[in-house]
Design a protein around this ligand. Structure first.
Ligand SMILES: [Zn+2]
Length: 595
């Protein structure tokens, strides 16, 4: 028996799942409950004791106890196995971080650093002020533990020794971004001193960097971050995603706040589908990460009026990626950010979240708050503000409805608004506050309408192989069988990385290409796609490729729906011919689910 089997044989999946979910018996050896991975009222999540498996008929996913722990804890295969092995009392073959890759080593180093600094915050006299600060912010011990808040001391001597005692080198401390080389060239100094430390984790919960907040001195930077390292790419991190992702998936909504403290406080008060953008405009990589869990985002707006237009334009990437965007707003007098609001009364935040408005609705209301609807100039400004957002409303009927509503409210002819919408290019609608640079335009645009489904599928896969960070689970129905096979492989390697292999996305391509078990047609496809990617995207900028990708993705989904409709229509005609009412109803239901 191998280790995996041994662990599984000593445990019962019903106990494992039962630790997380209330299970009710459902037939011989089966149990059911509401699925933790999607929102539902009728339980469609089943656990089967005799087969030691689980399946959700809503998500159409399932597996064994390891995959369940992976999903619910957001762990990779090895970590889930370790977790279960602990319960089963099985010792896994030892894993030695000293001998594995640099990334793993730096992750372990960061993890150790977080542990040391957590200890300093808890017990060092020097950190008394920081402890007071954390307590004053209302963060309880459990939360501080969970988010691993720490303190970077003024003098690193004792900590430095501990790193060396663990076998880490000065060079590795520099590579992890914890320290820098001295200008003199000899020796290192530590980047974070006298700061409250927030470890930053990737989506899998590995510590990849830190944010240090100064508490006392006024003259130095309020925040210091880990510089870009092989682990830490600022544009690819959403603070708290490792803790929020399961809830984001279940709620089918990601709430995005600005500050780290906003996220922490929100989680402490049980609003847990929350991540922080750490004060920057959302990047395509961050949104791509979220796309794995949901297509819906709600942004908490604490920016002042001046930042409004810029923030809104910052959402362009999210619009292009087909996110449904809602805006969370609240009375700024009650709190300037969610953290303050929650500390006043968590209900205020919960209400603000439940009141989140679709962006178009929010803009409409905001326009009338900002400008008077009684003067000609005010009407013009309201119209500009609303029409600018109207451009993003994809459906013509919905767009027209907004124009009609606006015309009525402003007492103007709807036709003049329609003309204004056509006439005014985006540039004219910019305000002074709106000076941030435009997102890069694609170097060249593929006309997705001209390509066959087969070609579009190939380009989709070619892009993902070259830019694995763009990979997102999709419900495209692949026409070409090898395309479907490759997609399934990509999805699998993302979901359950091969034990011992680094699941860093950039290695995905290599690991797939190198896999000896690849079927011949998939092997040939991967070769072809590498060439295709070279031909299509060799010189294109990252943003441009990202935009192409979302265009192609969108088009493929349209084509999928179209093809499924046709097939269902055909089946319906058949069922009608045979007078099979039950089948017709079933098909009709499937049909109505297609959007
Ligand atoms: Zn489900």
């Amino acid at each position: 028996m191998d280790t995996v089997e041994e662990v599984k044989s000593r445990l019962d999946i019903v106990d494992i799942v039962g630790e997380y979910l209330p299970l009710k018996p459902a037939g011989t050896g089966s149990f059911r409950t509401n699925c933790p991975f999607h929102n539902e009222k009728t339980p469609s999540f089943f656990v089967n004791r005799s087969r030691q498996s689980w399946h959700c008929f809503g998500c159409n996913i399932g597996g064994d106890m390891i995959s369940f722990v992976q999903q619910i804890e957001g762990l990779d295969f090895i970590d889930a196995l370790e977790h279960l092995a602990g319960k089963a009392g099985v010792t896994l073959p030892s894993y030695n971080p000293q001998t594995s890759g640099l990334k793993k080593r730096l992750q372990a180093l960061n993890d150790y650093a977080a542990k040391l600094m957590r200890h300093v915050l808890i017990s060092d006299p020097e950190a008394g002020f920081a402890r007071q600060y954390v307590a004053n912010r209302g963060v309880d011990d459990l939360t501080a533990d969970l988010w691993r808040l720490g303190y970077a001391p003024k003098d690193w001597h004792s900590l430095e020794k501990k790193f060396y005692a663990q076998g880490y080198t000065a060079d590795e401390l520099v590579k992890a971004g914890l320290a820098s080389l001295k200008d003199s060239g000899s020796g290192i100094y530590f980047r974070f001193r006298e700061r409250l430390m927030f470890p930053i984790s990737d989506a899998m919960g590995h510590v990849v960097g830190f944010t240090g907040r100064i508490l006392s001195q006024e003259k130095v930077a309020k925040y210091v971050n880990t510089p870009e390292t092989i682990l830490y790419k600022k544009s690819m991190i959403l603070y708290g995603l490792d803790k929020a992702k399961t809830d984001i998936k279940r709620e089918d909504l990601a709430i995005i706040v600005e500050g780290n403290m906003d996220a922490i406080t929100s989680h402490q008060f049980k609003v847990t589908n929350v991540v922080a953008s750490s004060g920057t405009a959302l990047t395509q990589d961050q949104l791509q990460l979220l796309k794995r869990y949901t297509g819906n985002i709600a942004i908490s707006f604490d920016s002042d009026e001046a930042g409004l237009a810029a923030t809104l334009r910052g959402l362009d990437t999210a619009r292009q990626m087909d996110f449904n965007i809602k805006i969370i707003s609240y009375d700024q007098n009650l709190g300037k950010d969610p953290d303050e609001l929650i500390r006043k009364d968590v209900k205020l935040w919960q209400e603000a979240v439940s009141r989140a408005k679709p962006i178009m609705e929010w803009i409409y209301a905001k326009a009338f708050e900002l400008y008077p609807a009684t003067t000609p100039d005010g009407k013009k400004k309201i119209a500009q503000f609303v029409l600018n957002e109207c451009r993003y409303v994809a459906h013509p009927v919905e767009r027209d409805a907004w124009i009609g509503k606006l015309a009525k409210a402003l007492d103007v002819d709807p036709e003049s608004l329609r003309q204004a919408l056509k006439r005014q290019p985006a540039a004219e609608l910019k305000t002074k506050a709106d000076q941030a640079p435009e997102p890069a335009k694609p170097a060249k645009t593929l006309n997705t309408q001209d390509k066959t489904t087969n070609e579009l599928e190939a380009i989709w896969l070619a892009i993902v192989l070259t830019k694995p960070q763009l990979f997102a689970k999709t419900d495209i129905h692949w026409i070409h069988p090898p395309h479907a096979k490759l997609y399934n492989l990509l999805e699998q390697s993302y979901n359950s990385p091969i034990p011992g292999q680094n699941q860093e996305p950039s290695l995905l391509q290599d690991s797939i290409a190198a896999s000896a078990s690849l079927e011949e047609d998939v092997k040939r496809l991967v070769d072809y796609l590498a060439i295709l990617a070279d031909r299509e995207f060799q010189d294109a900028a990252n943003d441009a490729i990202g935009l192409e990708f979302s265009n192609i993705d969108k088009r493929l989904k349209e084509l999928s729906v179209h093809a499924q409709r046709q097939s269902l229509e055909f089946q319906m005609r058949e069922a009608e011919r045979l007078g099979d009412t039950e089948k017709i109803n079933a098909l009709l239901e499937q049909f109505s689910k297609l959007t």
